[in-house]
Structures are given as C-alpha cells and as structure tokens.
Write a protein that binds this ligand. Structure first.
Ligand code: FNR
Length: 338
C-alpha cells in the first residue's frame, strides 16, 4: 500500500477511535427562541431545495472524507448509493492522490456509477495544479469542486506541507474551472479575512468546517512521533466561523461538529445554505452499515422537518428569522472577533 493510501486508512481508523458524538461544542452555546403556539404542521416537503441547479430532498449532505484506498472505495460506493436513494449531495474525499496514483481512480469514480444524476462534489488540496484539477473533475464527473485549506493538519503531519503560499494556485484553479468552487476548512474553521480574500477571486461558496467535531490535530497527533497535542485547540468554533461568513455576505455552508438535526436547524438559522456532516455519518456506517446510515438520514429529515414546524416556520428561507441568543462565553468571543 502506498504511503498516501496508508495515511487515508489511518485517518479512517483514528476518526473512529476519537469519535464522541456527545462532545460539547459551539452549537450548545447557541439557543433558539421557540414559540409555544407555532401554528404550523410537519411537512417533509419544506426541506426540498436546489444545489448547483439540481433538486435535493434536504439541505444537508455527506461531506468530504474518502477515496484513494481499498476501504475508501467500499465506503464511497455505499455513501453514493445512500446519497442516490435519499437524494442528498455527496462530497468525495481529496482526489489529489490521483495526480500521483492514477490507479486509485475507481475508488472515487465509483460514486458517479452509483449516483448517476445526484450531486457529487470533488475535493482537492490547494496545491493541485489546475490542469490536474480539470482532469479530476472530468474523470469523476462531478457538479462542483471543493478546495480544502488545512494548515493545522499539515503542520501536525511530519510528512505534511510546509509551504502555505496557496492563493496563486487557487486563482489558477478558479480560472481553469467552470464549475462552482467551494473553499473549505477541515474542522478548524475559516476566518473572516481568508473568506474576504478569496471572495474577491470569484469563489462561489465557503464551507466553514469549524471546530467542535472531527479534530485533525488530534488525529495527526496520534500518528506523530512527538507530541503536537497543543495544536488541538487552534480551531475556530463553527458558530463563530459561520457568523464571519455571514458578515462577509458570501454563500456559505455550515459544517464541523454537526451531531443531530437540532444542530442542522441552528446552522440554517445562522444563514448557511447547506449543512455538511462527515464523521457522524461515517461512524453510523461503520457501526450499522448502509441500511443503518440510510435510516439515520431518513430519521434526520423527519426530525428536521419536525423542528422547523415547532419553531413556527414552513420554508428554509425564513429560518434566519428565528431569534437566536448565545451563552455568555460565546457572545464574548463574537463581540471580540466579529
Ligand atoms: C475528513 N475531512 C476531509 N476534508 C477534506 O476537505 N478532504 C478530505 O479528504 C477529508 N478527509 C476526511 C477523512 C475523514 C475520515 C474525516 C472524518 C474527515 C474533513 C471533513 O470534510 C470535515 O470538514 C470535518 O470532518 C469536520 O466535520 P465533522 O466530521 O465534524 O462533521
């Protein structure tokens, strides 16, 4: 197995080892005012929306994780089948490995076979040459492209990147690619200034991927020879990062630490157009298989529709009108940062 495939399999194992779905995060510090008399009824139809001009059954999706190893192929196949059945979008894990190991192509391309009409999103690192990105997009037949920014993860990896001059290459990718481009973090959060710089370059969406869920400093610390656990707290909480994206007036996706349908509702009230979920779905698949994950996604749709009704709303667009209030410590961070 190549060093890159081995790393992917280690990430999958460690993401499972460190998974704790009851971890406290910034969504617990954000509260929504709920009317006792909502005058609404539960309707699954309220969840329907569009993404990249295709219809989807819900505004949440399976965010980037796998590809580039044997185990990832099995996972991507299952995730694409579920995305197809439940009509939700699926982002594939980083395909930058294909620039070095083209034999790994089928671990990604299997997704389009399983979900011929659904929304698939490719993912690359910010150093992938624009010509290679174009090839990846064609080979994977995707609807959009994610470029991930992951400095903390790189610095925590002994074999990681040490050159973070990424902007010029991102500009080149933007010029070469016609599809919508999403800039995302990987669980440490996008800050306002980076969003500001990138929105000027014509980036279409920002996926904040804030802290509170999967922590790549923790995962890399377990792979590192020396202790880098001090990097674990460098993340920007998802709620803060989402408020920064809102302030920049960009289209944004909320992800990082989504644990349940209430977190999804909160993410939508912050102004996120879509909500991404990674590890919670992966661990459901690990524990309960394809059927188990499909059942969870179906249950989350019903529960989210239920929540929208009890909060007195009947469409996704009006969720930002729900009154929000914050615990003091989060409010304090918001006041200092935004
Ligand atoms: C990831 N994530 C990720 N992100 C990315 O942009 N490219 C990638 O290849 C991967 N790979 C990956 C593997 C595994 C096993 C996990 C758990 C995660 C990060 C992911 O997309 C997301 O940003 C973070 O996991 C935060 O979301 P959750 O897990 O807290 O919902």
């Amino acid at each position: 197995m190549s060093i890159r495939s081995k790393r992917k399999e280690e990430h999958l194992n460690l993401a499972q080892m460190f998974f704790n779905k009851s971890n406290f995060n910034s969504f617990d510090q954000l509260h929504l005012l709920r009317p006792a008399l909502p005058e609404e009824k539960v309707d699954l139809g309220v969840l329907k929306t569009k993404m990249f001009s295709k219809s989807i059954a819900a505004p949440f999706f399976i965010n980037a994780m796998t590809g580039g190893s044997k185990k990832s192929k099995t996972i991507n196949q299952a995730l694409a089948q579920i995305a197809n059945k439940e009509q939700i979008a699926l982002a594939l894990g980083s395909a930058s490995i294909l620039t070095k190991e083209s034999e790994q192509l089928d671990s990604f391309s299997i997704a389009r076979n399983e979900d011929p009409d659904g929304i698939l999103i490719a993912n690359v690192n910010p150093e992938t040459p624009a010509t290679e990105v174009k090839k990846i997009i064609t080979d994977l037949a995707v609807d959009a492209l994610q470029i991930h920014l992951n400095t903390v993860q790189e610095i925590a990896m002994p074999e990681g990147d040490r050159d973070f001059y990424w902007l010029n290459n991102i500009k080149e990718i933007r010029q070469a690619v016609d599809l919508p481009i999403i800039i995302k973090e990987v669980g440490m959060g996008l800050d306002q200034n980076s969003i500001h710089l990138l929105k000027r370059e014509g980036i279409d969406y920002f996926d904040v991927a804030g802290s509170g869920g999967t922590n790549f400093a923790k995962i890399e610390n377990a792979r590192n020879q020396h202790d880098v656990s001090y990097l674990e707290n460098l993340g920007l909480p998802t709620v803060i990062s989402a408020l920064m994206a809102k302030k920049e007036n960009v289209n944004f996706i909320v992800s990082g630490g989504i644990r349940n349908p209430l977190d999804i509702l909160k993410a939508l009230t912050l102004g996120g157009q879509y909500v991404g979920i990674s590890n919670v779905f992966l661990q459901q698949f690990n524990l309960h298989g394809l059927i188990g994950l499909q059942q969870l996604i179906r249950a989350w749709k019903e529960d989210l529709a239920g929540l929208i009704a009890i909060y007195g709303k009947h469409d996704l667009a009006s969720l930002t009108e729900i009154k929000k209030y914050y615990d003091f410590s989060l409010k304090n961070q918001i006041d200092q940062l935004i």
